[in-house]
Design a binder for this molecule. Structure first.
Ligand code: FPP
Length: 268
C-alpha cells in the first residue's frame, strides 16, 4: 500500500461534495490522533498487526484526499513515547511496520517530488534504532526542499518530551549568556524551540475512536484549534468522515477566527 495513493478514485458524489466544501475555508494544517487500530482488529477478528496495516490504509486515503482538498500540512500521531509501555511483541511489530513504510516512502520519492511534499519526523529519536534513524534522516533530508505540502509524522513523541527538550535548549542558550532566562516575557521564545516552529497554526485536530482526550499530543499548539472527536475507529474512518470533520471546522471557523483576533489585539 502506497502512502500517497494516486489510484484512489473518488466517486462522483465524493467529488461533488469536495467541490462544495472547497467553496468554504479549508483547514491549512490538520492533525490526527489515529486511535482504534487494535479495537478494530479485535472487532473484526484479525491480527493486531493487520489492524495497524488497515490503519495505514486510512492514513494513505487521508493524505491523497488532503492533497485534493488543499491541506498544506498534515500531522499524525504515529507512535507516542507512552506506546513504549506496550508489549515487546507489539513494539517490535510497530517498529517493523514503520521501517517498511519509511522504505516505501523512499521508493515513492518521485511521487513526493511530483506533489512537492516534505516529510518531517517529530519526536525523541534517541529511542530509534540505527536502521530506523537512518531511514528517517534520509527521507527528511531528501524532501526538505519540497514546499507545496508537509507531512509531519510524530514518532516517539509526547508534548511533555517536546517541552522538556525546548526548555533544555533554552537553558543551554541562557548558559552562554545569549539571553536572560529571568526575562522571558511571553511564550514566543518557547514556541521557537518546538518542532512546530516553522509550521502553520493547527486549524483542526481530529481524534478517532470515541476517546475525548488529547493524550499529550501538541498541547502547546492546539490552544485555539478546532477539536473534532469522532466515535469511529481509525481504520473505519472514511472520506465521508473526513468531509464531516472539514464541515465541522467550517461551522466553527468564524467563531475561532474572532477569538484569535481578540487574543492578538489583547496582547499587542
Ligand atoms: C493507535 O491505535 C495507533 C497506533 C499506536 C499506531 C498507528 C500507526 C499506524 C497507523 C501505522 C502508520 C505508520 C507510520 C510509520 C506512520 P491503538 O493501537 O492505540 O489501538 P487501540 O486504541 O484500539 O488500542
Amino acid at each position: 500500500m502506497s502512502w500517497f495513493n494516486d489510484n484512489f478514485n473518488m466517486t462522483w458524489s465524493q467529488n461533488l461534495i469536495m467541490r462544495i466544501l472547497k467553496l468554504g475555508p479549508i483547514p491549512r494544517h490538520i492533525a490526527f490522533i489515529m486511535d482504534g487500530n487494535r479495537r478494530y482488529a479485535k472487532k473484526i477478528g484479525i491480527t493486531r498487526n493487520f489492524g495497524h496495516l488497515k490503519g495505514f490504509e486510512t492514513l494513505s486515503m487521508i493524505l491523497h484526499c488532503g492533497l485534493k482538498l488543499g491541506f498544506k500540512e498534515v500531522t499524525v500521531y504515529a507512535f507516542s513515547i507512552e506506546n513504549l509501555k506496550r508489549s515487546k511483541d507489539e513494539i517490535d511489530e510497530l517498529m517493523e511496520l514503520a521501517k517498511e513504510k519509511f522504505e516505501k516512502l523512499l521508493q515513492e520519492k518521485s511521487m513526493l517530488d511530483k506533489y512537492r511534499i516534505r516529510i518531517r519526523v517529530w519526536g525523541n529519536l534517541s529511542f530509534a534504532d540505527e536502521k530506523l534513524l537512518q531511514l528517517i534522516n534520509y527521507i527528511t533530508c531528501i524532501t526538505k526542499h519540497n514546499e507545496n505540502a508537509t507531512l509531519n509524522i510524530c514518532f516517539f513523541y509526547t508534548s511533555t518530551d517536546e517541552t522538556v527538550s525546548a526548555i533544555n535548549a533554552l537553558s543551554n542558550i541562557a548558559a552562554k549568556n545569549i539571553f536572560d532566562i529571568n526575562n522571558i516575557k511571553d511564550d514566543i521564545i518557547i514556541k521557537d524551540h518546538l518542532f512546530t516552529k516553522n509550521s502553520l497554526d493547527i486549524d483542526l485536530l481530529v481524534r478517532t475512536s470515541g476517546e475525548t482526550r488529547i493524550s499529550d499530543f501538541l498541547t502547546w499548539q492546539i490552544g485555539y484549534s478546532c477539536l473534532y472527536f469522532v466515535d469511529i475507529l481509525w481504520p473505519e474512518f472514511t472520506i465521508w468522515q473526513l468531509f464531516k470533520a472539514v464541515l465541522f471546522y467550517q461551522f466553527n471557523y468564524i467563531a475561532i477566527q474572532k477569538l484569535k483576533k481578540q487574543l492578538t489585539q489583547a496582547l499587542y
